[in-house]
Design a protein around this ligand. Sequence first.
Ligand code: GPP
Ligand code: MG
Length: 289
Amino acid sequence: MTVSTTPTAGSPVLRTQYQKSVAAYWNTNQQDPVNLRLGEIDGLYHHHYGIGNYDPSVLAGPEQTRDERIIAELHRLETAQADMLLSYLGEIGPSDRLLDAGSGRGGTSFMANQRFGCQVDGVSISEYQVDFANRQATDRRVADQVRFHFRNMLDTGFEAGSRQAVWTNETTMYVDLFELYAEFARLLPFGGRYVCITGCYNDVTGGRSRAVSQIDEHYTCNIHPRSAYFKALAANRFVPIHVIDLTSATIPYWELRAQSSVATGIEDPFLTAYREGSFHYLLIAADRV
Ligand code: GPP
Ligand code: MG
């Protein structure tokens, strides 16, 4: 057996039993049509949700092509979510370097490269995802600019101050936020930007609701309270500049997904959690000072 290590630290990529179980989930539960059929549309494979209103005509048109229209619409909303995240990275030039922390099958990384023309590195603790995304990079002829690495976002091994911006697109529920932001503070120079889209539970309504616990169980994750983000950012020299509650913008995506052939069963817990107010879908953009 080989134990892959990060180049600088020499420590194993998967450090804990929990991380091994998360990696096992993403290495094996990968054939869900909710992700593959959407990705096949244009080769952007996302592992995050969507925002914006759906076009109601997708439900009204001819029955035989209805599901196809819904799938294309879900994909459009997921791409809109990634576009919004990227629009908060600030001024990025072709010579800047970006980090996608928890890069999945690479969708947001490829969009960033397209948008800014710069180099992007993605890290994931799933070797399946890293291989998949690197194959996509080759197919898209951007393998010299967009690279995916089997590395831990808590210990990326990249050089200190090497990134103009870092983002997490729905990945922070797998890690300790204090450890994560300590690593990002190392990677970003003064004035660097961090953007996060996440689901977090509502401190005002109390602890994890039943619906939030069901989401945790489904994905083997640990959704953090909203407050944890701001405590961990402040403790690591990050100052929020934008905080946007996207909860109402993501509900239509879940309503549409619930009516599609690619629904996975997690739609009801998301809709319940958002509607009852126990859970928020948040964008946070913060500057490293
Ligand atoms: C999965 O995206 C996203 C997560 C596991 C993070 C959890 C997010 C929260 C907001 C709590 P996916 O595209 O792999 O999920 P699915 O297969 O359900 O579409
Ligand atoms: Mg998905």
